[in-house]
Ligand binder design. Structure first.
Ligand code: NAD
Length: 362
């Protein structure tokens, strides 16, 4: 299997790259623009593996994307590259439309042109796995039923709307051109190497600096938490056993209020890195709610459980402890990605030079 992963230097993409490199014999082409959210340091040993090659490319650049398809002739694509932070989508939606909508359609077009020229057998076995989010279903209220793959889309934020648009494009490419697309809608991921702007790593890194821990509104919003290694396993299973044209929800089966998550992190830090000044909970403070903040997301994962045979392995409590321990042991990684991002925004430039790992797959 020669697998093209987009966004493979980001949080979920890098987990997938590390897992695939460690557990399979696949060859990987990692296509990533290296925005503030991407870091080659997240690849660990996988970055230097001869079966991994890195291409620093913007998915909106059709010529470069075509070049990658022609050069490496992948058997499948797992598309994760995106702008992914809801708050940033509220302050700057245009980037989200560009990358998530225009970028995804550029990738779909390039993939289709490449795929259409392959042999019949290669066309049949080709897969384009489009990675999306539970946020496309919108706010399901305090007692709404978990959303199934047939539920209607009702995105609230510019992020969710741009992902919903890309899901529609992916399905249209399947129906109109026959590209074997599978769409995956997963819940909130957490785990090592997540950029410290999302709730869990933000709270851990701020707590360690004794900064205020900001919680939106009253903290009662509910999210379902999926350990990133479980998501990577789900994507691999869907790649092999997913049916083209179908959508699969992926849930961590771990619904928690935001405030419960923050308190759980504080309790773990109290145990693992006690602060002589007192319990970390003293730092928690409520801030003005995010505009349009969805109360609750929940997805029904019956289809992936019954058709694909996947279910999450990690319990939230154990996954959260692993995550907190990882941030305690890897404070340098968080410092470096934050420094690189502030240098990038100060200069209005890309953060680092392109680097191509050894072992090109040609
Ligand atoms: P991330 O922000 O950590 O990583 C995104 C990666 O995409 C980065 O490496 C970035 O450099 C790259 N990228 C951004 N714009 C690009 C462009 N124009 N061209 C090429 N590369 C570009 O995101 P993540 O949390 O790893 O999410 C990955 C995917 O999974 C996204 O599509 C996201 O919508 C989806 N998803 C995320 C979650 C979650 O909780 N994080 C949940 C469900 C689905």
């Amino acid at each position: 299997m020669r697998l093209l992963v987009t966004g493979g230097a980001g949080f979920i993409g890098s987990a997938l790259v590390r897992q695939v490199t460690a557990e399979t014999r696949y060859e990987l082409i990692n296509l990533d623009k290296l925005t503030y959210a991407g870091s080659l340091a997240s690849l660990g040993d996988a970055g230097a593996d001869p079966r991994h090659v890195f291409e620093r490319i913007d998915i909106c650049d059709r010529g470069e994307v075509d070049r990658v398809f022609a050069k490496y002739a992948p058997d499948a694509v797992i598309h994760l590259a995106a702008e992914s932070h809801v708050d940033r989508s509220i302050s700057g939606p245009a980037t989200f439309v560009r990358t998530n909508v225009v970028g995804s359609s550029t990738l779909l077009e390039a993939a289709t042109t490449y795929w259409a020229k392959r042999s019949a057998a290669a066309r049949d076995s080709f897969r384009f796995v489009h990675v999306s989010t539970d946020e496309v279903y919108g706010d399901i209220g305090w007692d709404g039923a978990p959303r199934t793959e047939e539920s209607k889309y009702a995105p609230s934020s510019p992020y969710a709307a741009s992902k919903a648009a890309s899901d529609h494009l992916a399905r249209a490419w399947c129906r109109t051109y026959g590209l074997p697309v599978v769409v995956v809608n997963a819940s909130n991921n957490y785990g090592p190497y997540q950029y410290p702007e999302k709730l869990i790593p933000l709270v851990i890194t701020k707590a360690l600096q004794r900064d205020a821990l900001p919680v939106y509104g009253n903290g009662k919003n509910i999210r379902d938490w999926l350990y990133v290694e479980d998501h990577a396993r789900a994507l691999r299973a869907i790649l092999l056993r997913g049916v083209p044209g179908r959508t699969y929800n992926v849930s961590g089966r771990s619904a928690r209020t935001n405030i419960a998550v923050v308190h759980a992190i504080c309790a773990l830090l109290d145990e693992l890195r006690p602060d002589p000044a007192g319990p970390y909970r003293r730092l928690v403070g409520f801030v003005a709610d995010r505009p349009g903040h969805d109360r609750r997301y929940a997805v029904d994962d019956t289809r992936i459980a019954t058709e694909i045979g996947w279910q999450p392995r990690e319990r939230f409590e154990t996954g959260l402890e692993k995550t907190v321990r990882w941030y305690l042991d890897n404070a340098g990684w968080a410092r470096n990605v934050l420094n690189a991002a502030s240098a990038l925004s100060a200069r209005g430039l890309p953060p680092k030079p392109a680097r191509t790992a050894a072992g090109a797959l040609t």
